[in-house]
Design a protein around this ligand. Structure first.
Ligand code: 3PG
Ligand code: MG
Length: 399
């Protein structure tokens, strides 16, 4: 791989140069208060930013937040992120009210050496996510004009063919940041020859989101443990009734084929926590996976399942986990995710947690982040990496 990284840029010398850093500061915000509920992604980019600050660069940070539709939308402003970033860096961060307009240009022009500016949300501009090469290119031209060199440290967005990820590196000398480098190193350990047994735990709500990664992993893994909302489509494929649980009817046949293709590899829940409603205070009971009452929906895996998954994990030498096992945001349905996460920390294995939701679960449940081998900042990105797909952001750095 011929990717130049931050050390190569630092060796060139960056003092007084404008370095445009694409970060993934797409952090979860509280719907009511707008406060940042998990700042993991901000902290993850600090090593790159601090190194540039110390080397005297004029650091211009850009990111997306949420999915605004190509125009300014105050609920997705990065302003609160600028505040938090400043606290973590211990220096004030200048905030530009737009991404490539007058405010951005003057904010960047006023930067002193070793200062940091954050541009407003990239996705307030249609060109960022456009499928039209020319429209994306025109936006990339404006963005590239704000830097003399480009660093990609937005691992969570490397699977997006967006202007800031894919087109800007074609216009500026480009380098991988510390986070991107570490993520790729770790994930390549999983796609190379992982130490066995290699056990993968998948959760989250939809089979359709995970189908490609299941297909890609099935021949490679020794065990695939499935929980979360997606397990009900598998349970249905096993012939069980799932009540009002999440079900993707058009995926049942696919799930059946997957299980037939790798007999014994896929482990499904044997019990689930079934509730009257999707609510924190809903009446609920643990029931066998083949005994979900018709009026109830499964919101977590049950204790017997946790014990079975934990036993499989305790044997593992390599573990990848993506997706919560239940609705961990509600205390009554958090035990499955907590139990599996704890089992992963206890295993004598190299463990990788992939995905915004699973990483947020680790922190929300108060688990020690350092007891995992690596917590990826990328959800879709880490899955697509494991699928073996070409990631536009990584490919752009290679050129
Ligand atoms: C994420 O949260 O997965 C990344 O920030 C990418 O965001 P996106 O899925 O909206 O492109
Ligand atoms: Mg996402």
């Amino acid at each position: 791989m011929s990717i130049r990284n931050l050390d190569d840029l630092l060796a060139e010398g960056v003092s007084g140069r404008r370095v445009l850093v694409r970060a993934d500061l797409n952090v979860p915000l509280d719907k009511q208060t707008g406060e940042i509920t998990d700042d993991g992604r901000i902290r993850a980019v600090l090593p790159t930013l601090s190194a540039l600050v110390q080397a005297g660069a004029k650091v211009v940070v850009c990111s997306h937040l949420g999915r605004p539709k190509g125009a300014p939308d105050p609920q997705f402003s990065l302003r609160p992120v600028a505040g938090r970033l400043g606290e973590l860096l211990g220096a004030s961060v200048a905030f530009a009210e737009d991404t490539v307009g007058d405010s951005a240009r003057s904010t960047v022009a006023e930067l002193a050496d070793g200062q940091v500016a954050l541009l407003e949300n990239l996705r307030f501009n249609k060109g960022e996510t456009s499928k039209d090469d020319a429209e994306r290119g025109a936006f990339a031209d404006q963005l590239a004009a704000l830097g003399d060199a480009y660093v990609d440290d937005a691992f969570g967005a490397v699977h997006r063919k967006h202007a800031s990820v894919h087109d800007v590196p074609a216009r500026l000398p480009h380098f991988a940041g510390r986070l991107v480098l570490r993520e790729v190193e770790v994930l390549s350990r999983l796609t190379g020859s992982p130490e066995r047994p290699y056990v993968v735990v998948l959760g989250g709500s939809k089979v359709s989101d995970k189908l490609a990664v299941i297909e890609a992993l099935l021949p490679t893994v020794d065990r695939l443990l499935i929980g979360g909302g997606m397990c009900f489509t598998f349970l249905k494929a096993q012939g069980h009734e799932v009540g009002t649980s999440l079900l993707e009817k058009d995926m049942v046949e696919t799930c059946r084929n997957l299980m037939e293709r790798a007999p014994g590899k896929i482990m499904l829940p044997v019990d689930v926590v079934a509730a009257d409603a999707f609510a924190p205070d809903a009446a609920h009971d643990t029931v066998p996976a083949d005994g979900i009452p018709s009026h109830r929906l499964g919101l977590d895996i049950g204790p017997e399942t946790v014990a079975g998954f934990a036993a499989a994990l305790s044997q593992a030498k390599t573990i990848f986990w993506n997706g919560p096992m239940g609705v961990f945001e509600m205390a009554a349905f958090a035990n499955g995710t907590r139990g599996v996460a704890e089992a992963i920390t206890k295993a004598d294995a190299f463990s990788v947690v992939g995905g915004g939701d699973s990483a947020a679960a680790v922190r929300a449940l108060g688990l020690d982040e350092s007891s995992f081998g690596h917590i990826s900042t990328g959800g879709g990105a880490s899955l697509e990496y494991l699928e073996g797909k070409t990631l536009p952001g990584i490919a752009a750095l290679e050129n």
